[in-house]
Design a protein around this ligand. Structure first.
Ligand code: SAM
Length: 264
């Protein structure tokens, strides 16, 4: 078994262990990060129309799948964690006529392509999961095939330039004589080499998770080689809160949101 495949199995075990905790934390409406940073741009880039067929990739506890239905979509949603899918079905029990939940591993092309019975899809979306997937090429190839011509894939992922392995957040204060100056910044040590590292997504989660770091050039090249065209790009930040003394992501964007078009 290759090192990356082993990592994928390791990742999956950890997501099973974290599933109930994540379900509780994300609840019905997700957390502030998703509500303020991810959803507004994602929903605008997706622009769901009545009866759109949408694929929700690595859907977690399914709360966004439900939101897609509320916008009028028919949804197929998958995750490789059985527990996540079990929780999704419970959470969305009144929506199961509009959502097919499936256990599918995004690193396995055959499993992705097995979803064709629910397609072809107008749109696909993946919220904050690309960095958790050990090998994204099978997913991108599979999704490209499952989309209709002119179909789109919108995904968000941690910003590889500003959230790379061993990154440090810095908050400095300096007495300027006539007031205290606060500077907030990031120190980056590693960027260009893809790698795996461990981290905590939500403080208090039972076990750490693996992150798969890919520099922008590698991630985008993979998309372009498959045939996708980039036609949307966002770097959302939180609103400035002058009273906040922590590092607060209002000048440096914590994530990127990308829209890719399948050209006919
Ligand atoms: C950070 S959570 C995001 C969940 C959801 N999209 C949301 O926004 O709340 C990442 C999800 O990716 C899933 N995941 C990671 N690797 C995967 C893979 N190879 N195939 C399918 N799902 C995967 C995990 O099980 C987890 O539910």
């Amino acid at each position: 078994m290759s090192k990356w495949k082993e990592m994928s199995e390791g990742s999956k075990k950890r997501w099973e262990q974290n599933a109930d905790f994540w379900d509780e934390k994300m609840g019905e409406h997700s957390n502030r990060f998703h509500r303020e940073i991810i959803r507004p741009d994602t929903e605008r880039l997706l622009s769901i129309k009545q009866n759109d067929r949408v694929l929700d990739i690595a859907c977690g506890n399914g709360n966004f799948s439900k939101r897609l239905v509320e916008f009028g979509a028919h949804v197929t949603a998958f995750d490789y964690s059985y527990k996540m899918i079990e929780n999704s079905k419970k959470r969305c029990s009144q929506y199961l006529d509009r959502i097919n939940f499936r256990v599918v591993d995004a690193t396995k092309y055959e499993e992705i392509i097995g979803l064709r019975e629910f397609g072809p899809f107008d749109k696909a979306v993946s919220n904050m999961a690309i960095m958790d997937i050990s090998d994204v090429e099978p997913l991108l190839i599979g999704v490209y095939e499952l989309l209709k011509p002119n179909g789109i894939l919108v995904f968000s992922t941690i910003h590889p330039c500003f959230q790379s392995p061993r990154m440090r957040q810095i908050v400095e204060t300096e007495d300027m004589g006539d007031g205290i100056c606060v500077r907030k910044g990031i120190q980056i040590f590693e960027y260009i080499t893809p790698c795996v590292y461990e981290g905590i997504g939500i403080s208090g989660q039972p076990v750490s998770q693996f992150y798969y770091h890919r520099p922008l050039n590698k991630l985008l090249k993979m998309c372009f080689d498959i045939g996708f065209v980039l036609n949307g790009f966002e770097e959302p930040v939180f609103e400035l809160d002058e009273t906040c003394s922590n590092f607060d992501w209002n000048e440096i964007p914590p994530v990127i949101i990308i829209r890719l078009l399948k050209t006919p």
